[in-house]
Ligand binder design. Sequence first.
Ligand code: ADP
Ligand code: MG
Length: 260
Amino acid sequence: MSEAITREIDRSQMRISDEVAIEIHKMNKWYGTFHVLRDIDLTVHRGERIVIAGPSGSGKSTLIRCINRLEEHQSGRIVVDGVELTSDIKNIDKVRSEVGMVFQHFNLFPHLTVLENCTLAPIWVRKVPRKQAEATAMKYLEKVKIPEQADKYPGQLSGGQQQRVAIARSLCMQPRIMLFDEPTSALDPEMIKEVLDTMIELAEEGMTMICVTHEMGFAQAVANRVIFMDQGQIVEQNSPREFFNNPKSERTKLFLSQIL
Ligand code: ADP
Ligand code: MG
C-alpha cells in the first residue's frame, strides 16, 4: 500500500452532482480484429473521482483515450458533457478542450519552455491573447508549486516537476474533466507524493476525475468509486472500502493479492 497519502483530505468541496459528465453505453472497440473493449457501460457524474485499476493490457488506457477521442470506438455511445462522440469532426475540438489529459510520460514539448508549454494551446486553440494566457499559466504553475521554473525547459526539471507542469498545462485549458493515465508510474518514489498531492488538491476543488493508477492509497483516500477492468471488460465497480475489503470476483481478488 502506498505511503504517499499522509495528510487529511478536505472532502467539503467533493460533492457529486446529479449532472452527468460522461455517459458510456454498450461501447465496443477493436484494434483491427482484436476486441479490446467489450460492452463498456459507465456513467460519471460531475464531481466524481473514479480510479480505474486492472492488469496490464486490460484496456484501461484505451478506455480513457476513447473519452477524448484519441481513439475511436466502433459501436455503442460515448457522450461527454452532452456531446456525443461521433465521426463528425466538429464535436472533437469542443470535447478536447473540456477534457484534460495527463499521461505517464508527461508528453511536454522539449523545445518549449515550461511557460510556453502552458500557453501554446490556449493561444493557438482557444485564441486567448498571449499576456492573458501567460497570466493564467503562471496562476496554474503557482498552483502546482513551480512558478519559479517557468522559463526552464522540461529537460532541466525532475520527473515530478515535469508531471506537475503537464497537469498545469492541462488546467490552462480550463477543463471540466481530467483524465490521468498512470501519472506517477514513471516517477521515482520520492516524486510520487508531490504529483499525488496536486491531484488531491484538484479533487478537493471538485474536479471530475478519472485516474488510471496503481496508487491504491490514493484510490482509498480520494476516489468515490473504483472500477476494475480485465480483458476489455468492467468486471467490478464499488466504493473503495467495498472494493478493497470485500472484492466480489475472483479476478479482483487475485489482482488485489498481487498489488497490496
Ligand atoms: P492497459 O492500459 O490496461 O495496459 P491498453 O488499453 O494499453 O491496456 O491495451 C489493451 C490491449 O490493446 C493490449 O493487449 C494492447 O496490446 C492492445 N493495444 C493497445 N494499443 C494498441 C494499438 N494501437 N494497436 C493494437 N493493439 C493495441
Ligand atoms: Mg495503460
